[in-house]
Ligand binder design. Sequence first.
Ligand code: ACO
Length: 347
Amino acid sequence: MSELIEVPPGLAGVAVASTSVGDVVGEEGFYHYRGRNAVDLARSLSFEEVAALVLDQSGAPAIAQVAVPDEIADLIPQLDLRSALSLVALRLSSGPLVDLTPAERRADAVTLISLLPTLVASCHRGELCTPTPGLGHAAGYLEMLTGTVPSPEAARALEVYLSLTIDHGFNVSTFATRVIASTGADLGACLLGGLGALLGPRHGGAPRQIADMFDAIARAGDARTWMRSQLAAGGRLPGFGHSVYRAPDPRGVLLAEVTSAIAPERFAVAQQIEQAGQEILAGRRLVTNVDFYASVVLSAVGIPRSLFAPTFAVARVVGWCAHILEQAKDRKIIRPAAYYVGPPPQR
Ligand code: ACO
């Protein structure tokens, strides 16, 4: 057997690819999209503008008006998101990445990025939703979900959240999409892998757990007691800790600002819980992550808890596609190894 290279658990700190999509500098609490401060972009640009920049910097839009094909329009509302994405990807992907030109791959990316909000809303409401032209990606998504045109403040709060979460270095779901892309599979298959990874409670599933934690603390009446019992039972505090950040998560800093503007009372409660968690986890460098205030923002704009992770996907799909397009140019398949620790092999 050729000698294996030992890497840290979880591949922490191991560079497995090169990328020009973006990066995270954890010790500084900084991240960027294609070299530009991501928080500044989220503050100053629309989601559509940030998405175009992240997707490929060609100047062409990353989002277009795309309709669900008639032959599957009736099926979509009966499905869960994973099945709906699978069906749409099957019908609308042009083919395996290895067989497509860069322009065809990009066109597939635009189709799926554009349709994801429609899929999330339609699966949630049990009827086919259609975005209102001209409303904007964030406001249009919120309108499809709730059935009413959102206030400009709510739409902008959601837009900031979506822009902040488009991409974030070599996070778990992004890595998953790149592994699948390295096989040459179609873009829809890569996105399904990304979505599967994102739905995990330690990744995109955290905001829902945070909202549940807020409720449990309200019932218990005291954050510190509830948190201590959670830790004593071997649990983790959702919304705290990050694989890369050791300084405050810059996404959380802006989302705290957004929360204080749109939901001051919820913000005050969240601040107290954050303070309690930081005291209890003191000395362990576990700062709050993006999801802590994201959870409050998403609740405040009217998104149901069950849709927190799918809403994250509405943003992150852009980053996934940028990485998939990049990976598709590389002919090398991603195929690591493992130490075998089972019974001795019998030759
Ligand atoms: N509460 C209590 N202890 C924690 C927490 C937490 N939230 N997070 C980490 N720890 C502990 C770990 O158990 C570990 O202890 P150990 O060495 O005794 O096993 C120690 O702190 C160091 O953990 P890290 O190596 O920094 O964390 P890791 O990279 O393994 O995990 C993760 C990062 C998954 C985000 C973790 O902090 C966590 O589970 N947080 C809660 C869930 C959460 O909020 N997820 C959202 C992340 S942001 C995002 O995905 C968009």
